[in-house]
Design a protein around this ligand. Structure first.
Ligand code: SF4
Length: 372
């Protein structure tokens, strides 16, 4: 293997060959060389923030999701303002600089709810609001008879600072048809991101793999992200994370094959996917390394300790990752699958340091705030 340069980016075909045939450690070493060239200071960053999931009511009912509820379910919720404000206060008290606010697609909410929520947060707190992934943006737009551009402009004016890259899953409509038939198609996800970048907002990009996709679908996803980044330069980071099957329809919740917990009947009847068990550690590392190699125009690749645990996240720092994501003072979506790692900020600092890197707190735009 040779070191990659900007003028010598790998093609889709080469990516596919690498992904299928390259030996794991060779792939990791190549990704590590690229990471080192981009981040020679050997710093590994993290942001102190909290996920605030304002509602779990969602009409999409994705087969891979354990978080959604129907409006009339006993444990359905829509957080009130005081609860949201209290969570933000606690986040700031812990040194937090960002809230990640996202939720399900609630049929009773339109743009007025979101504008009022954002304005009321910004009136009270000096904090970056990283919120509402593309499916929510599109849902708000449709519910309010607005274009994506109009919706983003209004939300930005009300206080939305940046957008998380959720809802991408795999940017292949063949895969989306099975995982999330009601969710926006790939082109709309990309349209939201392009519009946000055009308005000067920075966003992240994610990929959820380890379900029913093929290696070709993974390369298709990476290529869509790379092409848009060539055009806009608006992605701050790429975050690959693996499907967590517990309590999900896709993981076999209703076939008795799932990992238990929620016993409710399956509600997405449009497809009947075979149970999927998620990616192995080796598959995770291969995808991570390929992401670092292929996405030569994105500075930061995040390790997902939330889905892989701190120990594999440490290994990920030698497979192309340079960021540990968020401290996640609160996390509900992955936790609803039964996967929950109890991790403190000190645990993250220790994990980064003992992996041989300098831990550093950053802000949403990856400016360094303090070294540890
Ligand atoms: S992944 Fe998001 S859009 Fe899909 S069911 Fe869960 S909350 Fe709804």
């Amino acid at each position: 293997m040779t070191e990659q340069t900007t003028n010598d980016r790998i093609s889709r075909k080469e990516a596919l060959t690498l992904f299928k045939d390259a030996d794991l450690l060779g792939l990791g070493m190549w990704a590590d060389i690229i990471r080192k060239a981009l981040h020679p200071e050997e710093v590994c960053t993290f942001v102190v923030d909290r996920n605030i999931n304002y509602t779990n009511v969602c009409i999409n009912k994705c087969t891979f999701c354990a978080f959604w509820r129907d409006e009339d379910d006993a444990d359905a919720y829509l957080l009130d303002r005081e609860t949201i404000f209290k969570k933000i206060e606690e986040t700031i008290a812990l040194g937090g600089t960002q809230i990640l606010i996202q939720g399900g697609l609630h049929p009773a909410l339109d743009i007025f709810y979101y504008v009022d929520l954002l304005a009321s947060i910004k009136e009270r707190f000096d904090i970056n609001v990283h919120g509402f992934s593309p499916p929510e943006i599109c849902y708000i737009a449709d519910a309010s008879d607005l274009t994506i551009q109009e919706t983003l402009t209004i939300l930005k004016a009300a206080g939305l600072d940046s957008i998380p890259g959720g809802g991408a899953e795999i940017l292949s409509d063949r895969v989306r048809e099975v995982l999330s038939p009601k969710k926006i198609k790939s082109s709309r996800w990309l349209e939201v991101m392009e519009a946000a970048h055009g308005l000067g907002m920075r966003t992240t990009a994610t990929m959820m793999f380890g379900s029913i996709e093929t290696p070709g679908d993974i390369v298709t996803h990476l290529d869509a992200i790379r092409q848009l980044q060539d055009k806009t330069g608006g992605f701050t980071a790429f975050i690959p994370w693996s499907f967590q099957p517990g309590n999900t329809e896709l993981g076999g919740r209703d076939s008795g094959l799932g990992t238990g917990g929620r016993t409710k009947r399956a509600k997405s009847k449009t497809q009947n996917p075979k149970p999927s068990y998620g990616a192995t550690a080796v598959e995770y590392l291969r995808v991570l390394a390929l992401s670092r190699i292929y996405l030569d125009n994105i500075d930061n690749i995040q390790a997902s300790w939330v889905t892989q645990g701190l120990k594999l996240a440490q290994v990920a720092l030698r497979f192309g990752a340079n960021d540990f994501g968020s401290t996640m003072i609160e996390e509900n979506v992955v936790a609803s699958t039964g996967v929950s790692y109890a991790v403190s900020m000190q645990d993250i600092i220790n994990a980064i340091r003992t992996a041989g890197f300098v831990p550093a707190q950053r802000d949403t735009r990856y400016n360094l705030l303090r070294l540890f």
